[in-house]
Design a protein around this ligand. Structure first.
Ligand code: SF4
Length: 100
């Protein structure tokens, strides 16, 4: 019985630890990641491939994109296009959509 009770006590703690570690290890998207490359993601919007993505306009970046989930002032934040990763506030990709 003791081991069962111990198990019941450990499971929620392990779950919380996993959640915490998932949050902690959310790393910035690697621009070389296939999906990032397909979307033309760059960690520095000024380095966006303007020839390939003529819709890019100076001043656009993840922080002003509708899909950006970071808070104002954060260096990086989530983006639903890159689940489990973060994008740089100063980044950009071709799915950019200006916040209303
Ligand atoms: Fe950045 Fe928006 Fe592209 Fe996501 S969709 S990577 S927030 S520009």
């Amino acid at each position: 019985m003791t081991s069962r009770r111990t198990f019941i006590q450990i499971v929620p703690i392990a779950g919380l630890a996993m959640l915490a570690s998932q949050h902690a290890i959310a790393a910035d998207v690697d621009p070389k990641d296939p999906q990032a490359a397909a979307l033309g993601y760059v960690a520095d919007a000024t380095k966006a491939d303007k020839a390939k993505y003529p819709k890019y306009a100076a001043g656009q970046n993840c922080a002003s994109c509708q899909l950006y989930q970071g808070k104002a002032g954060d260096a990086s934040g989530g983006c639903p296009l890159f689940a489990g990763k973060t994008v740089a506030a100063k980044g950009w990709c071709s799915a950019y959509a200006k916040k209303p």
